[in-house]
Ligand binder design. Structure first.
Ligand code: URA
Length: 433
């Protein structure tokens, strides 16, 4: 077998077999197949697509390119959540301890932000001392003790995706459903989970801009998970305006703690509860999402979910005094309000522009080697449907320097639309798949 025969088969619209994919992906990970042949195959997949069986097969081969975490020593059901990424999406942080407080274990391997979407690891690392790079035995120890642990991908988990994702990024082959599905699902399934809830974001601030694209991705992800014997549910959720009132790493930790205290913004709290309810059903501790909701609200009210979060942070080496007093988190040198020029109702807040402004403030990266500023970002964001008076802040910008601030300020006027209509606050849940 030669790599070019497999590329040719896919280029001509053929269906790749398990042995084709094993040979190709295995060879690529070992370094026997060079980047240029992998790029050619990725482009052929981009144009020709893959059947559901092929995608499941590619996912399985990628997942087994490295270690699969053995969670069999943990007797609780293991359920995780994956979000396709959005602006202000801090949901994993309150969600994991909330679900763990209800008796379902959450082994969460998260990513970093790239471009305008934030990453859970960067947010957690704004807690001084928090180590995201635990070894697998340390991860299992935290998981067994707290019921949840949140770490980054290790060298040995899905090495095929590490290599392939970097290559796709520079060969214009990221937006391919078979490649996205196999990339996401191979990493999630390598966590040793029994079930998975997918939060597929849809809208301006998301990867998938239209409902049809979001549905196609959600169906692709759920189909592969179920084909591999896992319990999987997907929610398609709105990402036109930012989630919550903060964007930026330490700022989003503050908001996550507010959610855990039961005083978070309505949309983030609602989404946390919706996703957690699905996870309790998949974990077998609730019979329906509706019946899970009062239990989850009780865990926020009693402070049990917050206690699990503190314990997890402490076991990861993080300082828990910043959870009790968020003013001890990193604070930006420069803070300036962006005020409304007129009175009226907020008609729109553009998630994509807010994401770009946050990036310019220093909260994100434009290349993987950039160092982010944990204190940078935007807080106090108004939401669609709220009334504002002229001169009232629509948001507060946080940056390390005036230069960064001025760059972001250029974008802010276009990000908010204030007018006379009375738009309803848009629903967060669009569809359940
Ligand atoms: N996230 C991933 O992990 N992989 C993709 O291909 C796209 C988003």
């Amino acid at each position: 077998m030669l790599p070019q025969w497999i590329i040719e088969k896919k280029r001509n619209g053929g269906i790749l077999s398990e042995s084709d994919l094993d040979f190709f992906i295995g060879g690529y990970v070992r370094g026997d197949i060079p980047d240029y042949q992998m790029s050619a195959l990725a482009m052929a997949i981009y144009f020709q697509g893959m059947t559901p069986d092929e995608i499941a097969c590619l996912t399985r081969v990628m997942m087994h390119s490295g270690d699969v975490v053995d969670t069999s020593g943990i007797r609780l059901a293991k359920v995780d959540k994956h979000s396709t990424g959005g602006i202000g999406d801090k949901i994993s942080i309150p969600l994991a301890p909330l679900v763990a407080s209800c008796g379902v274990a959450v082994p969460m391997i998260s990513g970093r932000g790239l471009g305008i979407t934030g990453g859970t690891l960067d947010k957690l690392e704004s807690i001084p001392g928090y180590r995201t790079g635990l070894s697998v035995p340390e991860f299992l120890n935290v998981l067994g003790t707290c019921g949840c642990s949140m770490i980054g991908q290790t060298e040995r988990i899905v090495p095929a995706d590490r290599k392939l994702y970097a290559l796709r990024d520079v060969t214009a082959t990221v937006p391919s459903i078979p490649l996205i599905v196999s990339s996401i699902m191979s990493k999630k399934l390598a966590e040793g989970i029994d079930g998975l809830v997918l939060d597929v974001k849809c809208g301006r601030g998301a990867f998938m801009k239209t409902r049809a694209d979001a549905r196609a991705l959600a169906e692709g992800l759920t189909r592969v998970g179920r084909a591999m014997g896992k319990r999987v549910t997907a929610l398609i959720t709105a990402m036109d305006q930012p989630l919550g009132r903060t964007v930026g790493n330490a700022l989003e930790i503050v908001e996550s703690v507010e959610i855990l205290r039961g005083v978070g913004p309505e949309d983030t709290t609602q989404l946390t509860l919706l996703l957690a309810a699905e996870m309790l059903v998949l974990g077998g501790v609730a019979t329906s999402p509706e019946s899970a909701l009062p239990v989850l609200r009780g865990k926020l009210k009693s402070g049990e979910a917050l206690e699990v979060f503190k314990k997890m942070v402490s076991m990861h080496g993080g300082r828990t005094d910043v959870i009790d007093d968020p003013r001890r988190l990193p604070v930006a040198a420069v803070r300036v309000d962006h005020v409304s020029a007129s009175s009226g109702t907020v008609q729109d807040v553009d998630a994509e522009l807010i994401g770009r402004a946050s990036l310019l403030l220093g909260a994100g990266r434009t290349k993987t080697t950039d160092v982010i500023d944990p204190a940078a970002g935007i807080s106090g964001l108004v939401k669609i449907g709220e009334r504002v008076a002229a001169g009232q802040p629509l948001a507060t910008l946080h940056a390390a320097s005036r230069d960064r601030l001025e760059a972001a300020q250029q974008l802010l006027p276009q990000a908010f639309v204030i007018g006379e209509g009375t738009p309803e606050s848009p629903p967060i849940l669009l569809e359940r798949v």
